[in-house]
Ligand binder design. Structure first.
Ligand SMILES: NC(=O)c1ccc[n+]([C@@H]2O[C@H](COP(=O)([O-])OP(=O)(O)OC[C@H]3O[C@@H](n4cnc5c(N)ncnc54)[C@H](O)[C@@H]3O)[C@@H](O)[C@H]2O)c1
Ligand SMILES: [Zn+2]
Length: 402
């Protein structure tokens, strides 16, 4: 008999599991029934999702069938819902999803970080690589996700497979996708992986300036979900002198729970002099060494230079979509102050892997990461969930299946 090392490992795990009373997961047989039908939330028109029943496609030798547990709603989903800027309608959205492997092809053995994959494991996906050999599953450092395909933002152009987004009860992960085994994270953490990776990347970009240091004074402007996670990442990194700037007191209060030491409500100050004075007061008379711009507001970009000291640094990550032009004075804002600026755009696979550790560490130091998910809706109520998201009634809104 040809016994390979994988089978030996599984046998050892099984024996050890039986000795300790813990059942080892079976590689190929799920205790979940394999369905023939699935339910997907189709965005069929602007502001209209319809939950439809579709066939579950065959699972190929390199594919994975996942039972979806939940998926966060992202700002990009809100843009699609309202305006369809990517021209995807009809489409199954949802890219911040996670779920359990219930079936996989015989060639699937390891995740994109080299960790074994088994039936019953909890997974997330990242990018889908088709033709670019430079970005491979084995080089986690190369390139960011910009331009790559992701589940939940794919055209519904295959008549035999409609399981391409996470707003569904099943999703088919095709061979060639990146997939991570995150069974050691709870459901809420898994739903937060994608937005957290955006901030891991932004902080990595900020570090390249050499200005962001252990003792830095840091402004985080805009404390929606993105800015709130920014505060948490900085705090987890050991940076404790953080001033959050926003116009929403509820968000500013939560920023304090996430680790901001000071907050400034910009609506309470008339003119940029008074506003930058408030930021200076928050740092006991100093301007910030570094600032993260986490609003999509051009006025926010114009303002932020005034919060930064001579020789300081700025990470601009708020303009994921084109929010229009922003006015600055290059003489005062950049040149004479010698500001170092970095832009940040999504993440690399390496950032994704780092995010898993960040999520564990942030909770270990007591940051209320899970409280970021303020609302959970079943798939059938996705239209309402989207409206709650548009009204900015919470922080992160998630679809969670039973
Ligand atoms: N770089 C990336 O890869 C990336 C990824 C995801 C999202 N984003 C962008 O990050 C931004 C923030 O995302 P979010 O989900 O937190 O959005 P959000 O709209 O929930 O939060 C933005 C916050 O900025 C505040 N704000 C608006 N104008 C302000 C001003 N002039 N000064 C101070 N605060 C102001 C708002 O009150 C709000 O709380 C978005 O514009 C989004 O497109 C970027
Ligand atoms: Zn997103």
């Amino acid at each position: 008999m040809d016994v390979n090392s994988y089978e030996i490992e599984e046998l050892v795990k099984k024996v050890l599991g039986e000795l300790s009373g813990v059942k080892s997961p079976n590689r190929s047989v799920s205790n979940q029934a394999i369905p023939t039908k699935a339910h997907v939330a189709y965005l069929t028109a602007l502001e209209k999702f319809e939950v439809k029943e579709v066939d579950v496609p065959p699972v190929g030798d390199d594919d994975i069938l996942v039972k979806v547990e939940g998926c966060g709603i992202c700002g990009t989903d809100a843009h699609e819902f309202r305006k369809d800027p990517f021209g995807l309608i009809p489409v199954v959205l949802g890219h911040e999803g996670t779920g359990e492997i219930i079936k996989m092809g015989k060639n699937v053995k390891l995740d994109s970080a080299g960790k074994p994959l088994n039936i019953g494991d909890k997974v997330v996906t990242c990018m889908i690589f088709k033709d670019n050999p430079d970005i491979t599953m084995f080089d986690l450092n190369k390139q960011n996700v910009g331009g790559a395909d992701v589940y939940g933002l794919l055209k519904d152009d295959d008549p035999n497979n409609h399981l391409k987004g996470w707003f569904s009860d099943y999703i088919l992960i095709k061979g060639g996708s990146t997939v991570f085994n995150v069974s050691d994270l709870d459901l809420e953490s898994r739903i937060l992986i994608e937005p957290c990776a955006v901030l891991i990347h932004a902080v990595e970009r900020a570090k390249t300036t050499g200005i962001l240091r252990f003792n830095s004074r840091v402004v985080v402007q805009g404390v929606g979900p993105i800015g709130l996670i920014c505060v948490a990442v900085l705090r987890t990194l050991g940076i404790e002198n953080i001033c959050a700037v926003d116009g929403n007191n509820k968000r500013l209060e939560f920023a304090k729970k996430m680790g901001a030491t000071k907050t400034v409500n910009f609506t309470e100050y008339k003119g940029i002099e008074a506003l930058s004075g408030a930021v200076k007061d928050a740092f006991d008379g100093h301007l910030a060494d570094f600032a993260f711009q986490c609003t999509g507001a051009p006025g926010g970009h114009s303002n932020i230079y005034k919060f930064i000291r001579n020789g300081g640094g700025l990470c601009e990550l708020g303009f994921f979509i084109n929010g229009g032009d922003a006015t600055i004075n290059p003489h005062f804002d950049i040149c004479s102050k010698e500001i170092t600026i970095v832009g940040s755009w999504v993440y690399t696979l390496r950032d994704y892997a780092t995010t898993f550790d960040f999520l564990k560490r942030s909770q270990a130091i007591g940051l209320p990461m899970k409280e970021l998910i303020t609302h959970k809706f079943p798939l059938a109520e996705i239209n309402e969930a989207m409206q709650v998201n548009l009204r900015q009634e919470g922080f992160k809104i998630a679809i969670v299946n039973k």
